[in-house]
Design a protein around this ligand. Structure first.
Ligand SMILES: [Zn+2]
Length: 404
């Protein structure tokens, strides 16, 4: 067992990060020796070319960027024989999210705020408490406004000698060129479906046959595959979603289908966040000296309201993620239809819906499939902005409805 076990189907990435962790260790040991001998100047020196103070870890959604970043952080702090052993205390602490020198920002907002970034920069300036490095991990570095990025840039340009920045984004184009040029780039690929299936069996105890089907249906999106492999209701929801456009007879049907889709997304997001929301509220009230259902006095209402606003934002982000998954599923269906129409032998995603795919392929032409794919992509882009989700999905459903 090592920290790399969950970084599936990414042999090259693991090899590169492992090599970097080794040279980071050599660098840290040199630094220690130097500190013992004299207070000579710090900085890069011989044999450490594989290490960098700033990393940009990219890969398509669901490919495991943040898993890879976390494993790398563990390997940097590891005190075992081989960096990333997974057994030593630093490895275990990083993997469970409790290492004091690995600061992680995983925003649940649609955008990373200036305050969050200033706090990170502040954290980056400190020396490590117990570890060899101070690691600052930003999971959604693409969710930063340009103004915020510019503040971050200064810290990434000249970090303290023991600080390492790990930025994760879907692609290298998601950050400003100025940031990109200062980071070493690591690119994850879409993992093979079989590797994702194996992970679900090993890590989540999923049934092998179901795991394989889920990995394929999710197009190797690890989180989505897990969802399908462990939630019995997920397949049925997915099936209904994909078959919905076929049965739409009128604009009215399309509007209803859109409302149902958005409502389902809201319910699913609420289920995902409800438990945590309630716990946070109880903890806050307790911290404020209140128990149970006591009425919040006016002087403390602002703090409770702040929490509620944060939770509302988080719920919105969760809903956006659920809807985005729905869009990915709809895209896979239309692509399967297009592949059938063109007689292409690319592997189908929706094997369980082959009959419906063939039916749509016969009833329509490739131009229609392309138009549908474009409409879904457009809706997806609109959902990522602040536009009304319902209006975006309504307009999509109207376009997806069978044209006479
Ligand atoms: Zn270790």
């Amino acid at each position: 067992m090592s920290v790399w076990d969950d970084v599936v189907g990414q042999d090259k990435v693991v090899a590169d990060l492992e090599a970097a962790a080794r040279s980071a260790r050599a660098l840290a040991e040199q630094r220690q020796e130097r500190a013992g001998a004299s207070d000579a100047a710090d900085g890069a020196s011989t044999g450490t070319a594989a290490m960098s103070h700033a990393w940009l870890i990219t890969g398509p959604p669901g490919s495991g960027r943040s898993n890879a970043a976390r494993a790398f952080a563990a390997a940097l702090q590891c005190t075992g024989d081989v960096p990333g052993c997974g057994q030593c205390k630093p490895c275990r602490d990083v993997m469970s999210g409790t290492h004091p020198d690995v600061v992680r920002l995983a925003t649940e907002r649609l955008i990373i705020t200036m305050e969050e970034v200033k706090d990170l920069i502040d954290q980056a300036q400190r020396r490590p408490w117990t570890g060899r490095w101070r690691v600052i991990l930003v999971e959604d570095a693409d969710r930063m406004a340009e103004r915020t990025t510019n503040v971050l840039l200064k810290s990434i340009e000249e970090p303290p000698p023991q600080t390492v920045w790990l930025l994760c984004t879907p692609s290298a184009d998601d950050v400003l060129p100025t940031i990109r040029s200062r980071c070493r780039l690591i690119t994850l690929r879409v993992p093979p479906a079989q590797a994702v299936a194996d992970l679900l069996v090993r890590r989540d105890g999923a049934d092998p046959e179901l795991a394989e089907r889920a990995a394929r249906a999710s197009q190797s999106h690890i989180g989505l595959a897990r969802h399908l492999a462990v939630d019995p209701g997920a397949w049925e929801r997915r099936r209904r979603l994909l078959l919905a456009p076929i049965s739409l007879r009128s604009v009215g049907d399309a509007v209803l289908a859109a409302a149902e889709l958005v409502e389902n997304a809201e319910t699913e997001a609420a289920q995902a966040t409800a438990e945590r929301d309630a716990r946070e509220r109880t903890e806050l009230l307790r911290a404020l000296g209140m128990e149970g259902d006591a009425k919040v006095p006016p002087s403390l209402r602002a703090q409770v309201r702040q929490l509620e606003e944060d939770q509302k934002r988080r719920a919105k982000r969760a809903r956006t993620d659920v809807l985005d998954r729905a869009m990915i599923d709809l895209l896979s269906f239309s692509r399967d239809v297009l592949a059938a129409q063109l007689g292409s032998d690319v592997e189908r995603v929706n094997i369980d819906l082959a009959e419906a795919v063939d039916q749509v392929a016969r009833a329509t032409g490739p131009e229609q499939s392309l138009a549908r794919i474009a409409a879904i992509e457009e809706c997806r882009a609109r959902l990522r902005t602040n536009a009304s989700a319902l209006l975006a999905v309504e307009s999509l459903m109207v376009q997806l409805r069978p044209q006479a």
